[in-house]
Design a protein around this ligand. Sequence first.
Ligand SMILES: Cc1cc2nc3c(=O)[nH]c(=O)nc-3n(C[C@H](O)[C@H](O)[C@H](O)COP(=O)(O)OP(=O)(O)OC[C@H]3O[C@@H](n4cnc5c(N)ncnc54)[C@H](O)[C@@H]3O)c2cc1C
Length: 245
Amino acid sequence: MSSQAQSNKYQVKLKHRVTVAERTMAFQFEKPSGFTFRSGQYLELTLLNPSETDAEGNGRAFSIASAPHEDFLMVATRMRDTAFKRVLAQLPLGAEVQIEGPNGSLTLHNNPARTAVFIVGGIGVTPVRSILERAAHEHLPHQLLMLYLNRRPQDAAFLEELTGLQKQNSNFRFVPIMTATEAADNWSGEKGHLTAELLNKYRSQTNSPVYYLVGPPGMVNGVHELLNKVGVDDDDIRLEDFGGY
Ligand SMILES: Cc1cc2nc3c(=O)[nH]c(=O)nc-3n(C[C@H](O)[C@H](O)[C@H](O)COP(=O)(O)OP(=O)(O)OC[C@H]3O[C@@H](n4cnc5c(N)ncnc54)[C@H](O)[C@@H]3O)c2cc1C
């Protein structure tokens, strides 16, 4: 059973863990009763009495990758060799962690006449998966375009699931882009870095777009500069960079 420690702190049990890309895992926790959130928000996950720790401490921020209608809370992360992630990787099913939240405001805009353009780098997929699953579940009328940048297909978390979502939601267009061209020789989709030309190819098919940039800080900054260069105003750009990458 979950227990609520304080107003927005909960202890939750790990229910399931699954590899979603190379060195990338998703962790599903029970969803405590009374925990509500909006797709795109994040939580703070703290390990309880971990066997090791480091200067960054026992907690990290993670976007909620599950959608509100799903009966679990999911986070997904690159499994780098830090004390926090070594402990998380070994956490037995049924073990408890503390979650605090939800926080953040990277949520889908209200006006369905405007296209949402998600430009996502790597593990930045997490809040966008939640938004897209919600949009499909609730049959939202918004046009949704996702440009998903990864080095290689095996690095792209939720690749199959997102490809499948296009069949469920005809308003959703999914464009995975592999940036390591040699490593993606057998990839028939878009390849290479995101250039103004590639961006404009897809941008030209959108209506009054709102851009959502999510991923590691270097990627988010680079895409932000590119959008400004092609004439997109900051009023139409929303950002979430995953500090720590
Ligand atoms: C709003 C928000 C949402 C986020 N959502 C997610 C999410 O959904 N999924 C997710 O994975 N992360 C997310 N993050 C980032 C997350 O909080 C961690 O910072 C991140 O996962 C890195 O944790 P770590 O334990 O691997 O490294 P840390 O121990 O936090 O890293 C500390 C420092 O060491 C460096 N470092 C550590 N290991 C390496 C390495 N192997 N190579 C190079 N440098 C290294 C880092 O660059 C960093 O400067 C989010 C952050 C924010 C602010």
